[in-house]
Design a protein around this ligand. Sequence first.
Ligand SMILES: Cc1cc2nc3c(=O)[nH]c(=O)nc-3n(C[C@H](O)[C@H](O)[C@H](O)COP(=O)(O)OP(=O)(O)OC[C@H]3O[C@@H](n4cnc5c(N)ncnc54)[C@H](O)[C@@H]3O)c2cc1C
Ligand SMILES: *[C@@H]1O[C@H](CO)[C@@H](O)[C@H](O)[C@H]1NC(C)=O
Ligand SMILES: *[C@@H]1O[C@H](CO)[C@@H](O)[C@H](O)[C@H]1NC(C)=O
Ligand SMILES: *[C@@H]1O[C@H](CO)[C@@H](O)[C@H](O)[C@H]1NC(C)=O
Ligand SMILES: *[C@@H]1O[C@H](CO)[C@@H](O)[C@H](O)[C@H]1NC(C)=O
Ligand SMILES: *[C@@H]1O[C@H](CO)[C@@H](O)[C@H](O)[C@H]1NC(C)=O
Length: 511
Amino acid sequence: MYLAVVILLLCRLSFEASSVPIGSRSILRAIRDNSSADLPDAAVDLNATNFDYVLKDSPASFAVVEFFAHWCPACRNYKSHYEKVARLFNGPDAVHPGTIFMTRVDCALKINTKLCDRFSVSHYPMLLWGTPSKFASGGSEPKQDGEIRKIDDGRTAERLLNWINKQMGSSFGLNDEKYQHEDLHSNYSDPGQIARAIYDVEEATSAAFEIILEHKMVKPGNRASLIRFLQLLVAHHPSKRCRKGSAEILVNFDDLCPSGMLIDNTDKTLATNEMAALGNFQICGKEVPRGYWIFCRGSRKDTRGFSCGLWVLLHAVSVRIEDTESHTAFTTICDFIHNFFICEECRQHFYDMCSSVSTPFNKTRDLALWLWGIHNKVNGRLRKEEASLETGDPKFPKIIWPPKPLCPSCYLSWGHENSTNGQIDWDQDEVFKFLVGYYGKTLVSVYKKKGLNRNRRDEIAMTDDMVGATNAVVVPVGAAVAIVVASCAFGALACFWRSRQKSRKTRRNWS
Ligand SMILES: Cc1cc2nc3c(=O)[nH]c(=O)nc-3n(C[C@H](O)[C@H](O)[C@H](O)COP(=O)(O)OP(=O)(O)OC[C@H]3O[C@@H](n4cnc5c(N)ncnc54)[C@H](O)[C@@H]3O)c2cc1C
Ligand SMILES: *[C@@H]1O[C@H](CO)[C@@H](O)[C@H](O)[C@H]1NC(C)=O
Ligand SMILES: *[C@@H]1O[C@H](CO)[C@@H](O)[C@H](O)[C@H]1NC(C)=O
Ligand SMILES: *[C@@H]1O[C@H](CO)[C@@H](O)[C@H](O)[C@H]1NC(C)=O
Ligand SMILES: *[C@@H]1O[C@H](CO)[C@@H](O)[C@H](O)[C@H]1NC(C)=O
Ligand SMILES: *[C@@H]1O[C@H](CO)[C@@H](O)[C@H](O)[C@H]1NC(C)=O
């Protein structure tokens, strides 16, 4: 019993570690945070070039845009008020991330003239409120009751937040602390909530690869397993930009890192900074990782997050594969979790469940239902553990899934949930149908609506990636040389990153 507790704690510790964004961004933030005198702006500066696509891409439910002019003294005085509110909502350190996206546009810059005209900006500073997608596609005169509204009383931070609270029926406060009064609720009967999980799937994908890098997990013996998993992602990841990023890695994998080069590097002289720099490769594009979770956000800092996002990724892949791929996909997922999931207890459990499968899968349905079944097995086990250890998230208790309100037809009409032994009479055809709808169409519905599958947007993000990679990495000069010399020893992804650094100018566009 005691041993089990220790193992469980170890497992949770690693979750906690992995839910913290790893990489140069966290390092940069840590450095910045010390010089609190000049905190970086929390509100995001937008201009005519990026306004539409940044807003379209925002996972937030609402956006505020401040139109200002840099020469206007009133605007300069207002900035600290606006920033106070923006800090609550923007960035990885936000108290309420993913709720409201706070931005500003400088109308005194020539390139923004048209943009400011589009929103009929009549004075500075002028604040508008609406959903990000309405801003991205919208314009014209903001009306008092239109989809984009003028914020008529935002003169101080308090009043702005009041206005927002009235609008949303919320009770945000300027002194809110992270996780203090988390008003998260899990509405198990709302199928629409999964749509926002697409952002978490991206976050989890990106976290998974950062962890692989950070912990130097690629070894000669598991290299093939990683390649196969990447192949699965290229074809079936629900997010297009992750498919693209996975393909980029894959296309270059063999050239960059012949298997002979994967030596186990035990040289500990490279400091965390350099490791962070290597982790700067962003498999899902420039905007990911964002540093926070949305659908998978826990009400405590050490619950949910990465492991939740990983489950959703696996389910999403399982309903997307073809019948003929089902058994390969099964072994690929099993091997990936076994080799690369940082939670020791989990990978062992998972592998045991994989090993007990004796007949090959022939259909998408076989794999999807198997994954659903073992996830419920894990839920059942954790429900008991969490009840006795109180390690669970009180707002998100483990349940046998899907609960009846979410999928009434999954339950055979004469069946009932027997709470004493957890036996439920499932209609498996209906469960499969439900999984396909939930993790298939509904999961990507936000993306479809926002048109994020368009190519042009992706290209912009990819080009920005290239720029970001050099600008964002801050390492001592001497260390930079060391990275180039030693990076291939970190494994394939590091090699890939390094050679991209070298070949940036000559790189042809992959599409
Ligand atoms: C492969 C894997 C193995 C794991 N093994 C362990 C382990 O051995 N020990 C341990 O302590 N933790 C393990 N975890 C972590 C644990 O399962 C949870 O991910 C974590 O406790 C967070 O729980 P959560 O409430 O966010 O919901 P999660 O269980 O992470 O589920 C995420 C979401 O998936 C949906 N969902 C829930 N059940 C199902 C289902 N049956 N089918 C389809 N969708 C479902 C729900 O919407 C839920 O919110 C494992 C995670 C993974 C990815
Ligand atoms: C940041 O500040 C803390 C205490 O305020 C200090 O212990 C730490 O060394 C500082 N870190 C850096 C990088 O200056
Ligand atoms: C617009 O903003 C982006 C991001 O801050 C910046 O890189 C770009 O140079 C800006 N464009 C112009 C024309 O100022
Ligand atoms: C949960 O979601 C369902 C379906 O969208 C909705 O009808 C119900 O009112 C929601 N319940 C709560 C408490 O929000
Ligand atoms: C797949 O087909 C084979 C051969 O027809 C069969 O033996 C096996 O049981 C099938 N697998 C499943 C999961 O039904
Ligand atoms: C659970 O199932 C057993 C046997 O089928 C039955 O006797 C018992 O009443 C059930 N309990 C509930 C709460 O339905």
